[in-house]
Design a protein around this ligand. Structure first.
Ligand code: SF4
Ligand code: SF4
Length: 314
């Protein structure tokens, strides 16, 4: 059965209250957020979500009985202070948006909840930033974008990748198995001693360790014992696999918590409680081709909503 997504033109005068309130009414947000602690999940790497829109969303949620904070996990390649700086420089101050910023995954990106993932191909669990996991409800506000560097980044990316604490993001971006840097390895054998799967071996010819991929279970224990940091994650995961993992992480988030989603795409603001339908709508608006819709296809296959939708304009 097709899902309904709702769309409103972005207001030319920057007054978002009417559009946001109408969209929240359409997706029956009050049923979900009344008396709930709501995490408004922003994307601190997106430079063009106006603080006035965040303000309108926070105000509209509070008017529906929610207690609201804004949040994001720290960027994958930066720390907590960068996240706080980003929130401030993007204008997401308490005075401007009417809600405090809480860093979702702590100072070092290690404050997360381990959430089981069911029905996927690659992930068995996801690591969701603690503040997001502790909220009664997550409302995501993101911008769907199509660019040469990252391809299509939409709603499922904002939910799956965005809610992941740093180790969870590493799980999504890597093959799941580490690699050994032979230039650093001193052949001490500590990694072979801790591996319970026979996944690390010393090459008798070179005296250097290597990962035996048929045995490696991806537990990362060897990385933690290497005295010279010669073992590191393998970031050569295929784009297809990364996108499927992101869909799996999104399913894990949405299975775990009540979620509602708003997304900017082009000159429209869209909303739905089905992230897959909303992502399909954003991808259509932006003209993303089929090759970039791997997350959407995989999410629909797993039963995280549907990619069949009708769009009601308000
Ligand atoms: S990641 Fe775990 S299973 Fe794989 S080689 Fe290292 S210790 Fe062994
Ligand atoms: S623990 Fe590190 S240095 Fe020692 S053999 Fe393994 S990879 Fe090489």
């Amino acid at each position: 059965m097709a899902a309904t997504i709702y769309s409103s033109l972005c207001p030319a005068d920057g007054a978002w209250d009417g559009a946001v309130s109408a969209l929240l009414t359409k997706i029956e947000a009050e049923k979900t957020v009344k008396d709930a602690t709501v995490a408004v999940k922003l994307d601190l790497s997106a430079q063009d979500v106006p603080p006035a829109l965040v303000r309108a969303l926070c105000d509209a949620l509070k008017a529906r009985g929610a207690e609201v904070f804004i949040t994001d996990c720290a960027p994958f390649d930066a720390g907590a202070l960068t996240a706080f700086h980003s929130a401030r420089s993007l204008g997401f101050t308490p005075e401007a948006v009417g809600a405090d910023f809480v860093l979702a995954d702590g100072v070092k990106g290690t404050d997360y909840d381990l959430i089981p993932m069911r029905g996927g191909k690659f992930l068995r669990s996801t690591k969701i930033g603690r503040a997001l996991s502790d909220a009664d409800c997550i409302v995501t506000l993101s911008r769907a974008a199509l660019d040469q560097e990252t391809g299509y980044r939409g709603v499922l990316h904002a939910v799956g990748f965005g809610c992941g604490a740093r180790p969870g993001k590493v799980d999504m971006l890597t093959t799941g198995q580490p690699v050994v840097d032979p230039d650093k390895c001193i052949g001490c054998g500590k990694c072979t001693g801790v591996c319970e799967h026979g996944g690390t071996r010393i090459d008798p010819e070179t005296g250097k360790a290597f990962i035996f991929k048929l045995r490696c279970a991806g537990c990362s224990r060897c990385m933690r014992v290497c005295p010279v940091d010669a073992i590191h994650p393998d970031y050569n995961a295929t784009d297809e696999r990364v996108r499927m993992k992101i869909a799996e992480a999104a399913k894990s988030v949405c299975d775990h918590r009540a979620c509602l989603h708003l997304a900017l795409a082009g000159d429209a603001l869209l909303a739905a409680d089905d992230p897959t339908a909303l992502d399909a709508g954003c991808a259509d608006l932006l003209g993303a081709d089929e090759a970039l819709r791997i997350s959407i296809d995989h999410a629909a296959e797993m039963g995280l909503g549907t990619k069949d939708y009708t769009c009601e304009r308000i």
